[in-house]
Write a protein that binds this ligand. Structure first.
Ligand code: FAD
Length: 407
């Protein structure tokens, strides 16, 4: 009967901030805090599209966890979570360790949702972690190197970005900006390279302001992205991709597909240890999983109901950050024997999407912003986050601002 143990799974936005808050709120006599993460670094998921396209630098979006967490206070375990055994209050890690918890915070982030489209997991690339983003970058470079050797003038180097949500649009813009650089480097004729954005809906950025969606589409078209709207990816195979358009099937040979069409909660916990709805675990008002008094679910693993729309909030870093605060406070209350838990009431500030290095678009506090103003807003979002991570010095070394102020 030692101290109660709080185990936080995942050091993404939700997990790392919850851990930081717990470390600040609780004395070491009150509880043991354990943070489990696959890597010893934290990464800014919101900039992975740049790593994938090769326009962003790995170092700028990764932060060593020990630089922002007090490792004398928090026990950091670098390992992969394999399973949560909720009845036993136990977490199984890949190196065989079984971790017993008194309180559990599930914050393992997202994985791609393929909607059952054949071949996506096997033959398409997906943006879901630092390593998967790096893999996309390497693959793009390898394709250019191979293509430079091809003498068939008819042949094209085709990249298909599946999905025109925020990630698809942000990635397509970066890729379109990288292509001229790669063409130069590998001596490839730019007219032989194409980026297609394939989207099942008739418009892009579903749910976003229609004017801003139009603006984004034009901005990407200027960069050379071609849109194929009202078009579905039917299947992906090693030779290429089959599309389903209003006119029927269309085959594109030797195309590389980068799928950004959907995400769901990490299946290590979602739909396995805990029941999921549409791939995510419904969270109660106090962010606990209903029926489990000592288990909280945050970020992309969670579905938190927006009473205004009757649907869960879309998964965003913004939501994960806000949740971490209430989660930490509620754990402290429970530990100290309190009953009254805080209800999570998100105050969403808006959304900003980057459109390559020179354009962005967003709606913040209900106000539409484009171009430089939107880029400034995006930099401010990063600065705020770095401050939350508790290290002002990170501001100039990490995140987006660094690309403006650093060489
Ligand atoms: P994550 O930040 O994904 O962190 C999960 C953590 O768990 C990671 O550290 C991972 O290594 C770890 N992990 C996973 N599996 C295991 C395991 N089995 N064992 C141990 N550790 C594990 N949101 C916004 O608000 N604004 C944006 O502009 C925005 N842009 C985006 C752009 C892109 C390209 C993408 C992909 C997403 C974007 N999002 C944006 C969404 C946002 O990134 C996510 O909602 C957010 O990252 C969710 O935070 P999280 O803490 O739940 O998970």
């Amino acid at each position: 009967a030692g101290k109660p143990r709080i185990v936080v799974l995942g050091a993404g936005y939700a997990g790392i901030l919850t851990t930081r808050r717990l470390q600040n709120l609780l004395s070491s006599d009150e509880a043991e805090i354990v943070l489990v993460n696959k890597h010893n670094y934290h990464y800014l998921t919101t900039w992975l599209h740049e790593v994938a396209a090769g326009t962003g630098d790995d170092d700028r979006i990764t932060i060593q966890i020990k630089d922002v967490i007090d490792t004398d206070r928090v026990h950091l375990i670098k390992d992969t979570v394999l399973e949560v055994q909720k009845e036993e209050h136990r977490v199984i890690l890949s190196h065989g360790e079984a971790l017993i918890y008194d309180y559990l915070v599930v914050a393992l982030g997202f994985e791609p949702a393929t909607f059952g489209i054949p071949g996506i997991m096997k033959h398409a690339l997906t943006i879901r972690s630092m390593n998967s983003a790096r893999k996309i970058r390497h693959k793009i470079e390898a394709l250019f190197a191979d293509f430079a050797d091809s003498n068939d003038e008819q042949e094209k180097l085709t990249f298909i970005v599946g999905g025109a949500g925020f990630t698809g649009i942000e990635f397509a813009a970066e890729l379109a900006e990288r292509i001229p650089v790669l063409c130069e480097q590998y001596a490839v004729d730019p007219r032989r390279v194409q980026v297609l954005n394939v989207e099942a809906a008739p418009g892009i950025l579903a749910g976003f302001d229609p004017d801003l969606a139009d603006y984004s589409k034009q901005s990407l078209e200027r960069l050379g992205v071609e849109f194929r709207l009202s078009t579905r990816i039917k299947s992906v195979d090693p030779q290429g991709v089959t599309l389903l358009t209003e006119a029927g099937e269309e085959r594109i040979e030797s195309a590389t597909v980068i799928w950004t069409g959907g995400v769901q909660g990490n299946s290590v916990v979602c739909g396995s240890a805990f029941e999921a709805q549409r791939g995510r675990i419904p969270a109660g008002e106090d962010l606990r999983i209903p029926g489990y008094d000592n288990v909280f679910v945050l970020g992309d693993c969670s579905a938190f109901l927006d009473k205004g729309t009757g649907r869960p909030y879309p998964p965003t870093a913004q939501l994960a950050i806000l949740q971490s605060d209430v989660c930490a406070q509620n754990i402290v209350t429970l530990l100290r024997g309190g009953q009254e838990l805080k209800t999570f009431v998100p105050f969403m500030k808006g959304a900003v999407a980057s459109l390559g290095a020179h354009d962005a678009v967003g709606k913040v506090f209900g106000i539409k912003v484009r171009g430089t103003m939107a880029m400034i807003m995006k930099a401010i979002i990063d600065i705020r986050y770095m401050l939350m991570l508790g290290s002002p010095k990170l501001i100039f070394g990490k995140g987006k601002l660094s690309t403006y102020v650093m060489p």
